[in-house]
Design a protein. Structure first.
Length: 124
């Protein structure tokens, strides 16, 4: 019985992937359209319970919006340093402030990561 249920779920997932993942026609960006966002690879850190033991994982996905093209190029160039700073800040918050039993405060996380971004990129 369990095998049949697993088999049906697997077939449903495969069918869903084929139906949903149909390739969309590619839109060609115009010359005036400039991507102001810099993609940051996802960051995953351990979340801890009240006894400070690992109890889960938090994954943070984000993008940087940088208007100036030169500053965008600098951000792409030092991306490993940026990602490392984000990882350290997120890990520090997960260990000292966030708790697995409570929702993550996105405002605190966002402000902390913005401060790290400003420090690393030396922006105002």
């Amino acid at each position: 019985m369990k095998f049949r249920l697993f088999f049906m779920i697997a077939i449903g997932c495969l069918w869903n992937n084929f139906v949903v993942a149909a390739p969309a026609p590619e839109a060609k960006p115009s010359e005036e359209e400039v991507n102001e966002y810099v993609e940051i690879p996802p960051i995953s850190v351990a979340m801890y319970n009240k006894r400070k033991r690992p109890a889960g994982t938090m994954t943070v996905m984000m993008q940087l919006k940088i208007d100036d093209e030169n500053q965008r190029a600098v951000a792409r160039k030092i991306m490993p340093r940026l990602k490392n700073a984000y990882m350290q800040e997120t890990l520090k918050l997960a260990l000292n402030f966030f708790d697995i039993s409570r929702p993550v405060n996105a405002n605190i996380l966002g402000r902390s990561l913005q401060n790290v971004t400003n420090q690393v990129l030396k922006h105002d």
